[in-house]
Design a protein around this ligand. Structure first.
Ligand SMILES: Cc1cc2nc3c(=O)[nH]c(=O)nc-3n(C[C@H](O)[C@H](O)[C@H](O)COP(=O)(O)O)c2cc1C
Length: 359
């Protein structure tokens, strides 16, 4: 998520969960190509962040090829191509982000070019449609064409359409309704492909509900950012079956401080204390002391020059009982979210072969 899942957030996320797959922010192919002498700033990450997926965006085959080639030595575990971003800054620049869903032939070509320049699997993240092109059959045509024209075998489906005229990116993540039945229709109609569900899933209970209904993978966006401790803190044990680590937020912050102080000012004046602390501001979500800690943080941003001094000045607001407890019971979610999904599935996909091949 742009401005959110940067290196700092991913470092925190990995301290909380050893197994969750982490995704970078979308990086434009052009940024990688134009910054080729400065790539570490955009592409480097610590080895602990594996498994990690690099998401790239773009609409120029040459740049996509070059960007993938430049990223290859960084050994991401998968390269994902963004076909879901509705931002006018992205979608408005010719055909980029969600708008690309209207041109599956190009996406197929782009994915072939990306796959040809990397050693790792490739995937597409998309919506279930764009504007009036929102029928289940059109979504299937997109998946069919992209997977027939390229080696793409994994699709991450943000299960609402994108509306490209008139509403903001944030509204585009809430106004178009979620249609999980389209996602589960894809699982039925493309049994040889892998699908990861995304959109509105908030906790491990709901992740498990999606998996029970057949999803191969589940992507959590905003909930993992707004409440990282509660949401990611149960992933290893509840989803991956690993023993609970028993780690506490005090232990996580001790490690994070070492990381934070080592990166301050690495690129000239950036990152600032504020940049490094930003993902931590949600670590005490709804806990006693959270409001006071945020107020202290606002003041500390004015004068603290290190993460160590920032913690000394602010963490007194958080009671020891919060700092020293392992993660509490998982939040209870909508366990029955997908219970009736089979009765809602769209009519099975009918491949209009001629239209698809000669469109
Ligand atoms: C601030 C922000 C930035 C985002 N940036 C990206 C991005 O760079 N690439 C992408 O594929 N999706 C991006 N998204 C969308 C999320 O990945 C996700 O698809 C969406 O929020 C729905 O999932 P959720 O309900 O779990 O949050 C962004 C979302 C937010 C809130």
């Amino acid at each position: 998520m742009m401005d959110w899942t940067d290196n700092h957030y991913r470092t925190l996320a990995r301290l909380i969960s050893k197994h969750a797959w982490l995704y970078t922010e979308m990086l434009a192919a052009e940024t990688i190509v134009y910054q080729k002498d400065n790539l570490d700033r955009f592409l480097a990450y610590s080895p602990e962040q594996h498994p990690i997926v690099l998401q790239i965006g773009g609409n120029n085959l040459e740049n996509l090829a070059k960007a993938t080639e430049l990223a290859n030595p960084y050994h991401y575990d998968e390269i994902n191509f963004n076909c879901g971003c509705p931002s006018p800054k992205v979608a408005g620049h010719g055909c980029f982000g969600a708008r690309l869903m209207l041109d599956p032939k190009f996406v197929g070509e782009a994915m072939s070019v990306i796959a040809a320049n990397t050693d790792v699997p490739v995937s597409v993240k998309c919506r279930i449609g764009v504007d009036d092109h929102d029928s289940y059959n059109e979504l299937c045509d997109f998946i069919y064409k992209v997977s027939s024209l390229s080696p793409t075998r994994h699709f991450i489906i943000h299960s609402r359409k994108a509306m490209l005229n008139g509403i903001s990116p944030a509204e585009n993540r809430s106004i178009p309704p979620l249609k999980y039945e389209y996602f589960y229709g894809l699982l039925r109609d493309f049994p040889d492909l892998r699908f990861t569900i995304n959109g509105g899933i908030n906790c491990v209970d709901e992740v498990n509900a999606a998996r029970r209904a057949g999803a191969h993978g589940v992507m959590i966006g905003r909930a993992a950012y707004h409440n990282p401790w509660q949401v990611l803190g149960h992933v290893d044990s509840v989803i991956y079956g690993a023993p609970s680590s028993g780690i506490t937020r005090r232990q996580i912050l001790e490690k994070y401080q070492v990381y934070g102080d080592s990166v301050l000012g690495k690129y000239g004046i950036k990152p600032h204390v504020r940049d490094v602390v930003k993902p931590l501001l949600h670590l005490f979500y709804s806990e006693p002391g959270n409001g006071l800690w945020k107020r202290k943080a606002d003041a500390a941003f004015q004068n603290c020059k290190s993460i160590k001094s920032f913690f000394e000045e602010t963490l007194v607001a958080i009671p020891d009982s919060v700092m020293d407890s392992p993660v509490a019971e998982p939040l209870s979610g909508r366990d029955d979210l997908f219970e009736n999904i089979d009765s809602l599935l769209p009519t099975p996909y009918k491949l209009r072969e001629q239209e698809v091949l000669y469109a």
